[in-house]
Design a protein around this ligand. Structure first.
Ligand SMILES: NC(=O)c1ccc[n+]([C@@H]2O[C@H](COP(=O)([O-])OP(=O)(O)OC[C@H]3O[C@@H](n4cnc5c(N)ncnc54)[C@H](O)[C@@H]3O)[C@@H](O)[C@H]2O)c1
Length: 383
């Protein structure tokens, strides 16, 4: 049986998702075959060329046509953050399953509307999910299992950092630097990933945020291909502290100006019985410190997470020691989406809009803490 997918957006994520949908049934044995049915872009010639290159059967620039098309089962949203809400609510209302890029939305209002639309749709059997792809790195999924098995014991510290350096003064203006389109800068772009990863790996929830710092270093950016400059209206970095329900404490840092760090999506956990450390720049590895061995042999070790049957998703790919890459997280997520839509279980829990809303609340609390200079409890934001 086929799962007819429509995808909106033909940029960076449009390419990553196209690759995922076209590869997923080649790597995974699944109950449904993904069909690249229709891609929707903004410019007709470019969208047609994209469709031809990536194997989409139809190309359109009319988003409403996706909702109106009875053949389409799932709408995959890879558009800028301000479009997540209209595209998702339109699709859910039309009875389409939705897989939406992160962050859930640029604003809390949008996020809440999406969560509510997904709740209503879920009652009718329509599913939502969000592409928090880093959960599906085998090393991250394995870290989650180690914590769930109690291998770290009582958790003390959670340290999340997402460090990139592409956001310097010569980087041209784009939707990513426009608050009206993106909602926020490094916070929604990078902070969303580390908050989701921390929540997922610990299985714990953040209950309080304090010490928020929000800074913009670059106020004007060159207009692409033109002369002059445009205002940059988002944060370049956000840092904050967190308390978890279990009593663990956390620190988070998201920045696009950490010179020398290309895509260092890092998480470190320190527990009573051990510690673990992940850095996406070495995505096939998980560092592990076992505090239960005798003091003379204690030390950090590196696990290469490429063993089938042990490290999640690896069965679908290559033999031990043959590393996988960025794109495999998206292929694995597409596989989990298909499993769930067929009534099965994802290998790693898929965050739905309800779950992504909780991550969005943490981001909102971080901003509120930075702007109001005080601690914010998540319960204050609950509704
Ligand atoms: N999961 C990840 O690791 C990850 C990485 C990068 C981006 N993202 C997210 O993916 C989303 C898109 O980011 P990107 O890097 O692909 O951006 P991008 O600028 O490369 O692509 C955005 C695409 O949306 C299209 N678009 C804009 N308005 C549209 C409309 N009205 N109808 C149809 N198409 C429209 C544009 O033509 C473009 O192809 C954002 O929400 C971003 O936060 C996620």
């Amino acid at each position: 049986m086929g799962l007819n997918v429509a995808m909106i957006g033909t940029g960076f994520m449009g390419r990553a998702h196209s690759n995922a949908w076209m590869s997923v049934n080649k790597f995974f044995d699944l109950p449904l075959d993904a069909v690249l049915h229709t891609v929707c872009g903004t410019e007709p010639d470019q969208t047609r060329a994209f469709a031809e290159k990536w194997g989409w059967r139809h190309a359109t620039t009319d988003v409403q046509a996706l909702a109106d098309d009875d053949e389409i089962h799932l709408v995959d949203i890879t558009t800028p953050n301000d479009l997540h809400r209209p595209h998702a609510t339109m699709s859910l209302a039309a009875g389409k399953h939705v897989a939406c890029e992160k962050p859930l939305a640029g604003t809390m209002d949008d996020a809440r509307a999406m969560r509510d639309a997904a709740r209503t749709a879920r009652a009718g059997g329509t599913r939502s999910s969000v592409w928090f792809n880093y959960r599906r790195c085998p090393a991250v999924a394995y870290a989650h299992r180690l914590v769930a098995e109690g291998r770290l014991g009582r958790l003390y510290h959670v340290r999340g950092q997402y460090l990139q350096d592409w956001g310097g003064p010569n980087t041209p203006a784009s939707w990513r630097f426009d608050r009206r389109r993106a909602g926020s800068g490094a916070l929604g772009d990078l902070g969303a990933h580390i908050v989701d990863m921390a929540r997922f790996v610990t299985g714990d929830e953040i209950v309080e945020i304090s010490g928020g710092i929000e800074t913009r270093f670059i106020d004007q950016r060159p207009v692409p291909g033109g002369t002059g400059s445009a205002p940059s209206t988002v944060d370049d970095c956000v840092l904050f502290l967190a308390r978890f329900r279990s009593g663990a404490v956390g620190s988070f840092e998201a920045t696009r100006l950490a010179t020398g760090n290309l895509n260092r999506n890092c998480l470190e956990l320190n527990g009573e019985l051990g510690s673990l450390r992940f850095d996406f720049e070495r995505m096939n590895e998980l560092e592990w410190f076992d505090n239960t061995v005798d003091a003379g042999r204690r030390g950090w070790g590196t696990i290469t997470c490429t063993t089938a049957g042990v490290h999640p998703y690896i069965d679908a790919y290559w033999p031990p020691g043959h590393p996988i890459g960025y794109e495999h997280q998206f292929i694995s997520q597409a596989a989990d989406i298909i499993r769930e839509l067929d009534g099965g279980s994802a290998v790693v829990e898929l965050p739905d809009f309800e779950d992504a809303y909780r991550t969005q609340q943490v981001l909102e609390a971080a901003l509120a803490s930075a702007r109001q200079g005080r601690a914010m409890t998540l319960a204050d934001l609950d509704e």
